[in-house]
Design a protein around this ligand. Structure first.
Ligand code: SF4
Length: 694
C-alpha cells in the first residue's frame, strides 16, 4: 500500500519502457510526482498497465542520477565536474580535432529508442548537417532492424500492419519469438482475453512461455523449435499451405506480384521444405507443424505477432520476410484481426527508425543515394548531404578497433552492456579518443567515456514516442529537467558549439520540420495529437486522423512481393566443446539492462539473472536447482545460478540480460543478420559447468 495523500494535479504522458506505449496520468503533489496511474482513455492500453510502468517514475529521483556535466582527458583520469559550456566546448573541440586529423568520417552518433522522435531526429541531423557524414545509427540496429528491412521489401512499409485493438477480430494468433507476458504485458492481457473468447493460439518458441499454458489459457500448438531454425519452420508452414492448396489465390492475384508468386511456389513446393524434411533440423514434429499451418491458413482471421526471437538471428530479415509471405499467401493482410505485427521492445523503436537514424536512410526510410530524397534537407539545413551510407554500430566498432573511427556521441544507450560480444565493444570504445556519453547514470559504457552529459528522463521533457502500432503519443513535461536541459536541447547546444545555428525553442517546432519533410509523418502536429490523444501514421487526405490498419486498399508498395526464404544455418554451432545452445529474453519486472528498473520501487520484485537448464542436462553435469554455474562460450564466460526446469528443452539453455553483474553479453557472439547486422543474440553455443560463484 502506497500512502500518497491527495494529488493536486496530473499530467497525461506515455510510458518510456516497452513498445506498447501505455498512457499514464502522472499525479503530482506540488512539484513532487507521487504516483503513475494508467490512463483509462489511453488508446494503446485502455487503462491497463504493468508493474514497470507504474513504478517508472522512481528512477527520475534516484540518487544515482548524474546532474552535472563531467569531462576527463583520459579514461584513466578521475571525472571532473564542469559547467555545461565547458563540457560542450571540450566535446566539440575533440570531435572537430578528430575530424581534422583523421577525416570527417572518423566520428559518428548512436541514438536511442528510449528518446523521443524529436530527439532522435536531431541526433541524425547532427551527424548529417554538422559532422557531414551519415555515421548515425540507433539501438534498433540490435533489435528490430530486420523488421525494417523485411517488411519494406515485401509490403513497402517498415512497420506493423495493425493497431492493438485489431486483436479483438483475430480467430487465430501466431506468436513467434516473443514472450508478451513478460516483455509486453499489457498487450499480453489483450491476447489472453481474446484466447478466453475462443481465439486459437500457435506459439513458436524454444521455451514453454506463459502463453503456452497459464491458469486460464492454453495454446493449441507449441512448436518448440531448436534456436536458429525459424526460417525452416516458417517456410515449412508455407510448404503445407501451398502443397495442400490452402492459399488465397484471389487475394494473391489482386494484390501481389503474380510472377514472383509463381517462383515462390516453385521454391516452397520443393519436398526439401516440407515439415518432414526439416523435422530433425527444427526439432518440431512434422504432424504438429502441418496442423499449425492448416490452422493458420483455415482458421479464420489469422494474426502474426513476433519479437526479437525472430529478428536477432543471422537470418532475422529472412524470417521477417517469411512471415510476410505467410500473411500474403493466406490473404491475412489489410483488414481487422490479421497482419504481421512486430512487438517492439523499446518505447520508441518504431519512431527512432522512422526518424532516419539509420546510416543509409533519411527520415521515412528513404535511401541517401537518391538526390530527390536529400534535396529538401539540403535546402532546409543549408548543407550538402553525403550520398554514401555511413557506418552501422558494429562497423563503427570494427573501424575503431582498426584505428580509423575515433569519436562517438552516444545518447541514451549503454552499448557495453547491451551489445553483443562485450570484449569487442570494449576494444572499440578503448580505441576511440572521444567518447561522449549522454545518459541518466554513469553506465558501463561511461567507463570508456571522456565526456559525460547528463540526460533527462521522459518526465522532464516534451516530445512524442511512436509505439509498435505506429501510434504517435504525447510525452509531456511533468517536472523541469533536473540537469537543466532536456536531451533535445543538449543536442542542439552541441550542434551550435560546433558551428550550427539551430534555434528550436520547443519540440513542436522539430515535429513541424519532421512533418514537412517526411511523407509518413505528413500532417502530424502537436495540435492533432493533443486533440485525438494520439495518432497512428500515416495521416493522409483520406484518413486525416490516422491509419489503424495498413494495406487496406492494396499493399503499400503496389504489389506485395513473395521472396524466397532459403534456410541457411548459422555459423554458430554446438559441438563437443560447447554442446548447448543459449537463447535469451526478459522478465516482467526488469527492462533491458535494468538501468531504470533497478532504480525504482519495484525493486521488491527484482530477480537475478538465472540460467534455465533442462533436468536432463543438469543431471549430466551434476547441477542442482540453485547451484552456481559457469556459462562459457568462445566469446567469454560468466557465473549465475541454475534454474533446473523443463520450460526449456534438452540441449537449450536460457537466461536474461538485466543485471550488470551477470553481464550476459560477454558470451554472445559477433554473428549478425545478413541484411542488417542485427546481432545474433538468440543463438550462442555454450558449455555449462558447476562453479563456486562469481
Ligand atoms: Fe505499458 Fe509496456 Fe510501460 Fe508496461 S512497460 S506500462 S506494458 S508501456
Amino acid at each position: 500500500v502506497i500512502e500518497i495523500g491527495t494529488p493536486e494535479h496530473s499530467v497525461v504522458t506515455t510510458c518510456a519502457y516497452c513498445g506498447v506505449g501505455c498512457a499514464f496520468k502522472a499525479e503530482m503533489r506540488g512539484a513532487e510526482l507521487v504516483r503513475m496511474v494508467p490512463y483509462k482513455d489511453g488508446k494503446a492500453n485502455h487503462g491497463h498497465s504493468c508493474v514497470k510502468g507504474r513504478f517508472s517514475y522512481g528512477y527520475a529521483a534516484h540518487k544515482d542520477r548524474i546532474l552535472n556535466p563531467m569531462v576527463r582527458e583520459n579514461v584513466e583520469d578521475p571525472w571532473r565536474e564542469v559547467s555545461w559550456d565547458e563540457a560542450l566546448s571540450f566535446a566539440a573541440n575533440r570531435l572537430q580535432g578528430l575530424q581534422k586529423t583523421y577525416g570527417k568520417e572518423s566520428i559518428g552518433v548512436i541514438t536511442s529508442s528510449r528518446c523521443t522522435n524529436e530527439e532522435t531526429y536531431l541526433v541524425q541531423k547532427l551527424a548529417r548537417a554538422v559532422f557531414h557524414n551519415n555515421n548515425t545509427d540507433t539501438c534498433a540496429r540490435v533489435c528490430h532492424s530486420p523488421t525494417g528491412y523485411g517488411l519494406r521489401e515485401t509490403l513497402g512499409t517498415s512497420a506493423g500492419t495493425q493497431d492493438f485493438d485489431s486483436i479483438e477480430h483475430a480467430d487465430v494468433v501466431l506468436v513467434i519469438g516473443a514472450n508478451p507476458t513478460d516483455a509486453h504485458p499489457v498487450f499480453a492481457s489483450f491476447l489472453k482475453r481474446r484466447m478466453r473468447e475462443g481465439a486459437k493460439m500457435i506459439v513458436v518458441d524454444p521455451r514453454r512461455i506463459d502463453l503456452v499454458k497459464s491458469p486460464y489459457v492454453e495454446a493449441t500448438h507449441h512448436l518448440a523449435l531448436r534456436p536458429g531454425t525459424n526460417v525452416a519452420v516458417v517456410t515449412a508452414m508455407a510448404h503445407v499451405i501451398v502443397s495442400e492448396g490452402l492459399f488465397d489465390e484471389t487475394y494473391i492475384r489482386e494484390r501481389c506480384d503474380w510472377d514472383e508468386f509463381q517462383d515462390y511456389v516453385e521454391f516452397v513446393s520443393d519436398p526439401k521444405q516440407s515439415p518432414e524434411a526439416v523435422e530433425a533440423l527444427t526439432g518440431v514434429l512434422a504432424e504438429q507443424l502441418r496442423s499449425a499451418a492448416r490452422l493458420y491458413a483455415c482458421g479464420g482471421n489469422a494474426a502474426i505477432y513476433y519479437g526479437l526471437g525472430v529478428t536477432e538471428h543471422s537470418q532475422g530479415s529472412t524470417a521477417v520476410i517469411g512471415l510476410a509471405n505467410l500473411a500474403m499467401l493466406t490473404g491475412n493482410i489489410g483488414k481487422q484481426g490479421v497482419g504481421v505485427n512486430p512487438l517492439r521492445g523499446q518505447n520508441n523503436v518504431q519512431g527512432a527508425c522512422d526518424m532516419g537514424s539509420f546510416p543509409h536512410q533519411l527520415p521515412g526510410y528513404r535511401h541517401v543515394k537518391f538526390a530527390e530524397v536529400r534535396e529538401p534537407y539540403e535546402k532546409l539545413w543549408g548543407v550538402a548531404i553525403s550520398d554514401e551510407p555511413g557506418l552501422r554500430i558494429p562497423n563503427m566498432l570494427d573501424a575503431a578497433v582498426e584505428g580509423s573511427f575515433k569519436g562517438i556521441y552516444i545518447q541514451g544507450e549503454d552499448i557495453l552492456q547491451s551489445d553483443p560480444d562485450t570484449k569487442h565493444v570494449a576494444a572499440g570504445l578503448a580505441g576511440m579518443e572521444c567518447v561522449i556519453v549522454h545518459d541518466l547514470f554513469l553506465n558501463e559504457t561511461a567507463n570508456y567515456a571522456h565526456v559525460f552529459l547528463p540526460g533527462s528522463t521522459f518526465l522532464e521533457k516534451d516530445g512524442t514516442f511512436t509505439n509498435a502500432e505506429r501510434r504517435i503519443s504525447p510525452v509531456r513535461k511533468v517536472m523541469m529537467p533536473r540537469s537543466g536541459y532536456a536531451d533535445w536541447e543538449v543536442t542542439q547546444l552541441l550542434a551550435n558549439v560546433m558551428g550550427a545555428d539551430w534555434n528550436y525553442t520547443h519540440p513542436s517546432q522539430i515535429m513541424a520540420e519532421i512533418a514537412a519533410t517526411t511523407p509518413s509523418f505528413a500532417n502530424v502536429t502537436y495540435e492533432l495529437i493533443d486533440k485525438l490523444g494520439s495518432v497512428q501514421w500515416p495521416c493522409t487526405d483520406a484518413a486525416p486522423e490516422g491509419t489503424p490498419v495498413l494495406h487496406v486498399d492494396g499493399i503499400v508498395r503496389g504489389k506485395g512481393r513473395f521472396i524466397r526464404t532459403d534456410y541457411v544455418a548459422t555459423d554458430e554451432k554446438s559441438g563437443p566443446r560447447f554442446p548447448l545452445l543459449l537463447t535469451t529474453g526478459r522478465i516482467l519486472t526488469q527492462y533491458n539492462v535494468g538501468a531504470q528498473t533497478r532504480r525504482t520501487d519495484n525493486v521488491a520484485w527484482h530477480e537475478e539473472d538465472v540460467l534455465e537448464i533442462h533436468p536432463h542436462d543438469a543431471e549430466l553435469r551434476g547441477i542442482k536447482d540453485g547451484d552456481w554455474v559457469k556459462l562459457a562460450s568462445r566469446s567469454g564466460e560468466t557465473s549465475l545460478r541454475a534454474d533446473v526446469t523443463d520450460r526449456v528443452s534438452t540441449g537449450v539453455v536460457y537466461t536474461t540480460f538485466h543485471h550488470p553483474d551477470t553481464h550476459t553479453n560477454v558470451v554472445t557472439t559477433e554473428y549478425s543478420d545478413w541484411a542488417t547486422n542485427c546481432p545474433e543474440y538468440k543463438v550462442t553455443a555454450v558449455q555449462v559447468s558447476l562453479s563456486n560463484g562469481p
